[in-house]
Design a protein around this ligand. Structure first.
Ligand code: NI
Length: 276
């Protein structure tokens, strides 16, 4: 899945992310097997993370780990309705390395109850190990939520409820459809995925974006995993999803390598099974 010519530290980073990811989202491993059965090998377009402001794992802290791995920021986004900011990173020397999309919940913009809940959990994040790249798959570093907290937070911000239950870990990997041989377009790929029983996010249509914005994306709905609430009661909650991205060349003949706010805005709902 990952180029063997990567520096060891970068290979370890993506291996760590992938192992954690397929543990909570075995759906992704299943899809990679389906691709392999077609003779396709997967190249990753990007990986995406969610985090929160005013915390030891805020975007600027995580950014310093990424820059240590050779990544550079190259684009910035705002999602006003979801109260997020996000930055895109690419590797300075390895153009084929997956891009990184890092989004951050602006906790200060949330209603008091949600903000206080986020700040109380953020205060529990230990000092140790958070400068280490392994923090990117450390999961929750705080006390579990109770059922009421989870339900109330989810009403305000599905993103926040996901973050506090799943913690810091990859939210999705993304297959580069440009590197696949068998499917000429995303529509065909989606048809094949669905014929294999895979549910896609259909918020705003299965394909987000179009040729005009130079980026088309689809995503599965998130897989499910058991979560133990602070009461000890367990429930299956959405974990992570798998995304598929097809990029187009702009008028300059250069393949578009950034992100589109409108696309990302609907992709975020892949962890929100209530939308279905
Ligand atoms: Ni993505």
């Amino acid at each position: 899945m990952f180029h063997s010519q990567y520096p060891a530290e970068l290979t370890a980073f993506f291996d760590g992310l992938w192992q954690d990811y397929i543990t909570v989202a075995p759906l992704a491993a299943r899809i990679v097997k389906l691709f392999a059965a077609e003779g396709e090998s997967v190249i990753n377009d990007h990986v995406a993370f969610r985090t929160m402001s005013h915390s030891a794992i805020r975007l600027s802290v995580l950014e310093s780990i990424l820059t240590g791995l050779g990544y550079e920021p190259y684009d910035y986004f705002i999602f006003e309705q979801k109260k997020l900011q996000a930055k895109a990173y690419r590797h300075a020397r390895l153009p084929d390395a997956p891009k990184v999309f890092l989004s951050e919940l602006q906790c200060e913009e949330l209603p008091d109850s949600a903000r206080e809940l986020l700040y109380s959990r953020a205060a529990e994040i230990p000092d140790q190990g958070i400068e280490d790249q392994r923090v990117f798959w450390r999961g929750p570093m705080w006390t579990a939520l109770d059922e009421q907290e989870y339900a109330a937070l989810g009403q305000i911000s599905e993103y926040a409820a996901w973050l506090l239950t799943m913690g810091l870990r990859v939210n999705h990997f993304t297959v580069s459809v440009n590197h696949l041989q068998r499917w000429a377009n995303l529509q065909q790929l989606n048809g094949w995925l669905k014929s294999n029983g895979i549910a896609l996010n259909d918020t705003g249509g299965e394909i987000k974006g179009n040729r005009e914005v130079l980026l088309e994306q689809s995503a599965t709905m998130a897989d499910w995993g058991w979560y133990r609430f602070s009461s000890g009661k367990q429930a299956k909650l959405p974990t992570c999803f798998y995304e598929f991205a097809l990029r187009y060349k702009g008028r300059d003949g250069v393949l578009f390598d950034s992100f589109v706010e409108g696309n990302a805005n609907t992709i975020f709902t892949s962890t929100d099974h209530r939308r279905r």
